[in-house]
Design a protein around this ligand. Structure first.
Ligand code: DC
Length: 225
């Protein structure tokens, strides 16, 4: 098994941007597990799968192939060969991803695929349960947090940059809090800090400061190995 860095935390904590940059600097393969759950959700929505029907969910999982690639410095997500990088970020997927992520067989399948990815390469993986469930023996574990208000502010800014202006700050804050609640109260693999994870509150930090801090922690660990 290669060197493994696990980064967990709630939506909007800056995990995505930070993890990708740390990966580039430390030469670790960047894996966004939220994108994998989003792909499954998109498949269920497109094919009108009743997520209460476990037979159907199981059958669907057998038909889903997810690939994560870096192309021209951007992460690309492919669902059965189709580039769905943008579609998995729509509000519709945002709404359904938490209920889909609660399903036991969905989590089993994703966890199995995530473990396979670490077999032959050094990785940095971000999600909700990476340090607690997927890789309890990860070399470095980070729990990245920020206040719900700060996270909603960041999402609003990102939306405006992407030309998505229909949601207000209040609506985003509500949706952030709602997703936090479902993600941290679900029965299987809830969002929580691993006991041995290093806690970083990014509310008053710049992206660069967070990146520097995580790189320092990785270097320290490598020096001790
Ligand atoms: O990181 P993100 O916001 O793209 O993740 C989308 C959803 O996927 C999140 O609300 C919960 C789920 N998820 C999960 O259950 N476990 C993970 N390891 C990653 C994401």
């Amino acid at each position: 098994m290669g060197f493994i860095v696990a980064v967990d935390g709630p939506a909007g904590s800056g995990k995505g941007t930070v993890t990708k940059r740390v990966g580039e600097r430390e030469r670790l393969i960047y894996i966004d597990t939220g994108a994998m759950y989003r792909c499954v959700t998109l498949y269920m929505l497109r094919n009108h799968i009743d997520i209460e029907n476990m037979e159907k969910v199981k059958e669907s999982l057998e038909n889903i192939k997810i690939e994560l690639k870096i192309e021209e410095n951007k992460q690309k997500v492919y669902l059965n060969g189709e580039d769905v990088s943008l579609e998995i970020r729509t509000e519709k997927v945002n709404q359904f991803v938490s209920p889909v992520s609660k399903i036991a067989i969905v989590r089993e399948k994703m966890t199995e695929e995530q473990r396979k990815m670490s077999q032959s390469q050094d990785i940095i993986m971000e999600g909700r349960d990476i340090g607690t469930v997927v890789f309890p023996n990860a070399d470095v574990k980070i729990y990245l947090d920020a206040t719900p208000e700060e996270r909603a502010k960041r999402r609003l800014k990102q939306n405006i940059q992407n030309g998505m202006t229909e949601e207000t700050y209040e609506q985003i804050l509500e949706s952030v809090k709602n997703r936090d609640y479902i993600d941290s109260h679900r029965e299987i693999a809830p969002l929580k800090q691993a006991e041995d994870a290093i806690y970083i509150d990014s509310s008053d930090m710049t992206i660069q400061e967070v990146v520097n801090k995580i790189c320092e922690i990785i270097q320290e660990k490598k020096n001790r190995k």
